[in-house]
Design a protein around this ligand. Structure first.
Ligand code: AMP
Ligand code: MG
Length: 408
């Protein structure tokens, strides 16, 4: 990627990383500390409130990694060994009698006195039942030692870890039936605009269906938030005021639309009457206008209304903010560098997040990148990041953020 033009070209636009740093600082100033204890199966998508400390050695005892025979290596001289016991997973073996071996199965405890397991494929059982080993043997081979995964007292997952199937599985392996997690973040979702109606209603002249509402509500639910769906605010000040007062106690007011410069910004006016609101002009495309502040002490984030702008700004700014409120440290999605499968000839003054896919390892982009076109994102597998002031030739490296990184 070639940087074009002088630094500072972006004028007074706020770079994405500055906006993110400010939002994260705001999140850290309003951490959610209340916790609840949940059954392990209900912890998906939630954030661990306390370090998960192991109360076990894992595995609790040395066990066999193979179906085969356990022996004391010094007893193997080439003379066949009789089988003195059979040990299945779930059994407690006796100590190994000297000069014998034990039939053993995967996951079964290795008996005291044994220091080697040989897999059954390398063993021959003679007619008299005694066993001969056909390959050379090493001490501790095929034995999973006690505590190889964790030992008592170790922090296995730090507080602030987001819990998903893997972490739930790990907690289960340590015997945890419940976990203490941060309570859900309560988010009020507001759509704004007289043009909006809900799906299921007939479309009148000048109207469009409200797509941001369900997009954000379902995304927030995936993120473990409790969504208070506050519906559509009409473009009129008294109603907007009234609906804001009715919101009740939430951790965040998240709105879309109604913040473009030059429009009758009823939500902005009503919020400012009882709070403070900054309008940021971001060096991001799609996106640009974003509001941020407080209303009656409640944090507010106002996303731009075009659906692709809503998606990109939620993914890159609001999502990290919400996770950081819960104490998550790693809030930024992984970005992969991939070769561009397209040409970008005109450097822009905003960072572009093009909706794209990987084809034969190269990033290609949807044909229509208008911020109103949500279909671009449904087609896409990720956001292709073209930095401000850059051009791209085919094969130049470009950032790729898989949508799967941000959707959950
Ligand atoms: P605004 O910021 O209110 O001017 O909205 C910018 C654009 O996004 C306009 O074309 C709106 O019609 C559209 N828009 C705003 N909110 C929504 C929504 N909830 N669903 C779909 N489109 C929206
Ligand atoms: Mg509007």
């Amino acid at each position: 990627m070639k940087p074009v033009g002088k630094p500072g070209r972006t004028g007074e636009l706020m770079p994405v990383e500055v906006a993110l740093a400010r939002l994260l600082a705001l999140a850290e100033a309003a951490p959610i500390r209340d916790t609840e204890t949940l059954p392990l199966a209900a912890c998906e998508g939630r954030v661990l409130a306390q370090d998960l400390v192991s109360t076990l050695d894992l595995p609790p005892w040395p066990n066999s990694a193979m179906d085969g025979y356990a022996l004391h290596l010094a007893d193997w001289t080439g003379e066949p060994l009789p089988v003195s016991q059979r040990i299945f997973a779930g059994q407690a073996p006796e100590a190994l009698a000297r000069g014998t071996c034990a039939r053993i199965f995967t996951g079964a405890p290795v008996p005291a006195g044994a220091d080697c397991v040989e897999m059954q494929e390398n063993a021959q059982v003679q007619a008299d039942g005694r066993v001969v080993f056909t390959q050379s043997l090493r001490v501790q081979q095929n034995i999973r030692p006690q505590g190889q995964e964790t030992t008592v007292g170790e922090v296995v997952l730090p507080a602030g870890t987001r819990l998903g199937p893997i972490e739930q599985g790990l907690a289960a392996s340590l015997g945890c039936a419940t976990l203490e997690v941060i309570r859900r973040v309560h988010v009020a979702v507001l759509s704004t605009g007289d043009e909006l109606i809900e799906p299921g209603q007939p479309l009148g002249p000048g109207q469009i269906y409200n797509s941001n509402r369900v997009l954000l509500c379902s995304w927030l639910t995936r993120l473990g938030c409790e969504v208070l769906d506050a519906g559509i605010l009409p473009d009129d000040l008294p109603t907007t005021r009234q609906r804001l007062v009715e919101l009740g106690d939430v951790d965040l007011i998240l709105s879309t639309g109604g913040v473009s410069v030059g429009e009758a910004d009823f939500l902005g006016i009503a919020l400012r009457e009882e709070g403070e609101l900054a309008l940021w002009k971001l060096a991001i495309k799609p996106g640009k206008p974003l509001t941020c502040g407080h209303y009656r002490g409640v944090p507010v984030i106002g996303l731009p209304g075009n659906p692709a702008s809503t998606l990109v700004t939620f993914a890159l700014l609001a999502r990290p903010y919400l996770l950081r409120r819960q104490g998550v440290q790693a809030v930024e999605p992984l970005t992969f560098q991939v070769p561009a499968g397209f040409v970008w000839a005109k450097p822009g003054n905003r960072r572009e997040y093009l909706r794209g896919r990987l084809e034969q390892g190269r990033a290609v982009i949807y044909k229509n990148q208008s911020s109103g076109v949500l279909r671009s994102a449904a087609w896409a597998e990720g956001l292709v990041e073209v930095r401000e002031g850059s051009t791209l030739a085919q094969g130049d490296e470009v950032g790729f953020i898989p949508l799967s990184e941000v959707l959950g």
